[in-house]
Design a protein around this ligand. Structure first.
Ligand code: AMP
Length: 204
């Protein structure tokens, strides 16, 4: 993957890379909630790929906005090339900072495109956080959630969980410096465990 797996602080030469923590978890695993807690404690930045895409759809000025909306409402992944165009533009503005990249990677194509777009030249991947929830936990949490999202309908939920199993889980196993968190417990238990693991890796 050609990435730097160290959690060391940024270089002081003005050319520091953006320090990225990938955040992966199935729909309803609680990534958003946990990211907010991490931001609070570690003072890092939070970039959610889903939020970035929803903003593009909402603005509705980008030529691909409608195509993105269609894919997302069905629980399909959007093209990795399109996604990384948006993500890279944000990451390059955060040099030297620690960033939670929430919702990435989702599949092998995401990782291939990370390489194609030479993200390793501007980012160090310091860790990958996997919020690991059982399918039962995911379904239960999503069916009780009402955030007004176009993809929180039973058909899209089922599809998103299937896509996670088929495409995301196989990629997770190969991620650098993987932190696998059991998140079937309460949000507080998950937060405590997450902080413990991040501290153990010396991430700050
Ligand atoms: P999320 O808010 O993370 O659940 O993402 C919402 C939707 O945005 C997903 O169901 C996909 O349609 C799209 N999406 C988010 N992240 C990615 C990604 N890394 N690769 C492809 N599609 C993505």
């Amino acid at each position: 993957m050609g990435c730097n797996q160290s959690a060391a602080a940024p270089a002081a030469d003005g050319n520091a890379k953006t320090r990225v923590i990938f955040v992966v978890g199935g729909p309803g695993a609680g990534k958003g909630t946990q990211c907010a807690k991490i931001v609070e404690k570690y003072g890092c930045q939070h970039l959610s790929t889903g939020d970035i895409l929803r903003d593009v759809v909402k603005e509705n000025t980008h030529p691909k906005a409608q195509e993105l909306a269609d894919k997302m409402s069905k629980g399909e992944f959007v093209s990795s090339a399109d996604l990384l165009d948006f993500v890279k533009a944000k990451l390059v503005t955060l040099k030297g900072q620690l960033v939670l990249l929430d919702g990435f990677p989702r599949n092998q194509e995401n990782m291939d495109e990370w390489k194609n777009q030479k993200l390793d030249e501007v980012c160090d991947i310091v860790a990958a956080l996997y919020f690991n929830a059982s399918p039962e936990t995911m379904e239960k949490r999503l069916s009780g959630r009402n955030e007004g999202r176009a993809d929180d309908n039973p058909e899209a939920i089922k599809h998103r969980i299937e896509k996670f199993k088929e495409e995301t889980e196989p990629v997770v196993k190969g991620l650098p410096n993987l932190i696998d968190i059991d998140c079937n417990g309460t949000p507080e238990e998950v937060t405590t465990e997450t902080f413990k693991q991040l501290d153990a890796k010396g991430i700050k």
